[in-house]
Design a protein around this ligand. Sequence first.
Ligand code: G3P
Length: 225
Amino acid sequence: MQYFLDSADTEFIAKALEYYPVEGVTTNPTIIAKERKEFRPLIKEIRSILGGDPALHVQCLASVAEDIVREALAIREFAGDNFYAKIPVTPDGLKAIKLLKSQDMKITATAIFTPQQALMAALAGADYCAPYVDRLDNLSVDGAKVVADMVQLFHIHKLSARVLAASFKNVEQVHRVCLAGAHSVTVGKDVFKKLIYHPMTDQSIARFVSDWEEVYGKGQTALTV
Ligand code: G3P
């Protein structure tokens, strides 16, 4: 199981990497555009925050297969070693995935809404397949069930592709896809912060501190008493 950050907010990425078990960053054109920064320096900045190892997924914008291939190869030049080209599951996208696999490109198939799209992408050579859970839920389709079907398909057919569930608007959606067997999730800033929040945790800690300080004094810890 892997957590990724669905964000290009460098401050958030740096902090989340420091505190949480995060394996990398995913972006899409909307996420990049939101930062209002130049594309190439932004990707380089994210890579330098990540360091060499964590994965960085960046989406191609072109719509014709050969152009997608050129774009993916160009982005790889400055996005660092552990780069994944995100490619939407159009016919040209699938052709590009097949072409790029012969050039050792790591690939995340994206904009996935059905298990058949995911199966096709996995067979074409995608390493990750990204279904959009909240957008499915908003179409009255059970996003977590789509994820479960994808996981099952990959398992039945012994495919090495992993499900990278994306598009979340609340913690329950993340939790349900984790239970459905998603191999990874990518979560934006607002939902990510809420993943471990619980008011009872804060309340419990406040009580521990006040009980302790009543006896041992304010600011004391196990190291000082
Ligand atoms: O990265 C793709 C996916 O996360 C899109 O999310 O929130 O725009 O539906 P959202």
